[in-house]
Ligand binder design. Structure first.
Ligand code: NAI
Ligand code: MG
Length: 477
């Protein structure tokens, strides 16, 4: 019987229907999830409202924090099981899934510790008055989660929202969400009160759309494509509901001739092959100062040629892409590259014993990609790196800022003043200097500018995103 998770219990979904879960490593069905619909979302929101107005909403912050601390504990106690689930469901190499489990636990640790330490303000106003700005939860928060990092995005989003005192309704991705269904049970075991977290699995156009446009939700947090983000924000706007949008990127790495290339090369490779390139913050554009362009491409070419792609349990550099459609999308980009004769420097290899039905793509390094080309403008969401040369700082900046996105950027140089100058001029939600953190850093506020979205998750800023301010002015004479 396909089920949704409401009030800490598995309950039959209204449609009675289920959806197949496909193992991306072999293309075969290995589980099924509920096809939740608007009726399930309605029930989940009623449960969340009841929790928010009831026992969950009345808990002291320290008590919420203790429960979330226990969630962290249970995630770590079940790390191996969660790793196996996440790896198979998403097609991740085991070590990458293990990192995701640890990061998810760390979000709960971070927010559990922060919950009774972050408050509002008192405001210097006028004699005879006291003015306060209180931080309050939104109430019922909706969370639409993508398939690329279910555990991590859940941790930063639902973890922050619960810590701030909201009750949550979550719509996980139909392509990968089994780890979150397991985690829901662990959270109930950890003492999370009924209704504080409700999960309605299902299709984006059904359960997702129902949640985004629901009158009874007070805030929506979305991570995914810009196109779906627009639809979600439009649906929420009908009710004037605030949203947080994390919409991916085409993040550049800028490498100057004075950079420490020994440090840069592995970071550049990892930034575009982690999770087979299906990472919002993937470093998918490489901008290189002309003096070292040939040399760096040669070194990177050797590194790409060594990369191995195979099924999740083989724990290689890259696993498969999430689904057949995603593989077709990436191949479409590469066909365009071929048509337009973009030179290919190197490709990795798919291991010979990779199951035939899996969605495997060789990591690919392209050079001399014109700045206006699709390969330099659009999110491929696969292990494809587009390189181009630049002449000087001004040129580098112009190229870096010449896309509609602005999520992450990397700057590699030994010149500290230049690094800061560039960091200040980049259209980007975050800049990494002489390092590149695709996804890492629970403490670091994260989000985009331009088409990469707005609002911030992670860090203390993420906790604040799940609150709203109320100004109280008292005249006492
Ligand atoms: P998507 O943005 O459509 O899906 C993300 C989430 O939104 C899923 O949970 C999905 O069920 C839900 N959703 C879909 N339509 C919805 C609707 N009308 N209302 C409410 N929720 C809805 O992304 P998709 O189709 O899986 O992937 C397409 C492309 O999007 C990828 O190739 C990639 O470029 C980008 N993407 C970016 C992500 C990121 O981390 N920034 C994550 C996933 C996809
Ligand atoms: Mg799957």
């Amino acid at each position: 019987m396909p089920q949704v998770f409401i009030d800490n219990r598995w309950q039959p979904c209204a449609s009675g229907e289920s959806l197949p879960m496909i193992d991306p490593s072999d293309g075969l069905e290995f589980a099924r999830i509920a096809r939740g619909t608007n009726e399930d979302v309605d029930r989940a929101i009623v449960a969340a409202r009841r929790a928010y107005e009831g026992a969950w909403g009345r808990l002291a912050p320290v008590e919420r924090g203790r429960i979330l601390m226990q969630v962290e504990r249970l995630i770590l106690d079940h790390a191996e099981e969660l790793t196996q689930i996440e790896a198979r469901d998403c097609g991740k190499p085991i070590k990458q899934a293990r990192n995701d489990v640890v990061a998810c636990a760390r979000y709960f640790e971070f927010y559990a510790g922060a919950v009774d330490k972050v408050g509002g303000q008192t405001i210097p106003y006028q004699p005879g008055f006291t003015a306060l700005a209180l931080r309050e939860p939104h109430g019922v928060t909706g969370h639409i989660i993508p398939w690329n990092y279910p555990l991590q995005v859940f941790g930063r989003s639902v973890g922050g929202a619960l810590a701030a005192g909201n009750a949550c309704v979550m719509k996980p991705a139909e392509d990968a969400c089994l780890s979150l269904l397991k985690l829901a049970e662990l959270m109930a075991e950890a003492g999370l009160l009924p209704g504080a977290l409700n999960i309605v699995p299902g299709l984006g156009g059904e359960a997702g759309a129902a949640l985004a446009g629901h009158a009874g939700v007070d805030h929506i947090s979305f991570t995914g494509s810009p196109e779906t983000g627009t639809r979600v924000a439009q649906a929420a706007a009908v009710h004037h509901h605030p949203v947080t949008m994390e919409l991916g990127g085409k993040s550049p790495q800028l490498v100057f001739a004075d950079a420490d290339l020994d440090a840069a090369v592995p970071a550049i490779v990892n930034a575009v092959i982690q999770n087979a390139g299906q990472t919002c913050s993937a470093g998918s554009r490489l901008l290189v100062e002309r003096a070292i362009y040939e040399q760096l491409l040669e070194t990177l070419g050797r590194a790409f040629a060594r990369l191995r792609v195979g099924p999740s349990p083989a724990d290689l550099d890259c696993g498969p892409l999430i689904r057949a459609g995603q593989l077709a999308r990436v191949r479409g980009f590469l066909a365009e590259a071929e048509r337009d004769a973009l030179p290919r420097v190197a490709q990795g290899e798919i291991v010979a014993d990779a199951p035939k039905g899996g969605y495997y793509q060789k990591p690919t390094l392209l050079r001399d990609v014109p700045v206006g080309h699709h390969l330099a403008q659009e999110e491929v969401f696969g292990p494809v790196l587009a390189a181009m040369p630049f002449d000087d700082e001004t040129h580098a900046l112009r190229l870096a800022n010449a896309t509609r996105f602005g999520l992450v950027a990397g700057v590699w140089t030994r010149d500290g003043s230049r690094a800061l100058r560039i960091a200040r001029s980049l259209d980007s939600g975050q800049v990494f200097i002489n390092n590149y953190g695709a996804g890492g850093g629970v403490e670091l506020p994260f989000g985009g500018v331009k088409a990469s979205g707005y609002g911030r998750e992670k860090g203390i800023e993420g906790l604040l995103s799940f609150t709203r301010l109320k100004t109280i002015t008292i005249k006492h004479g």
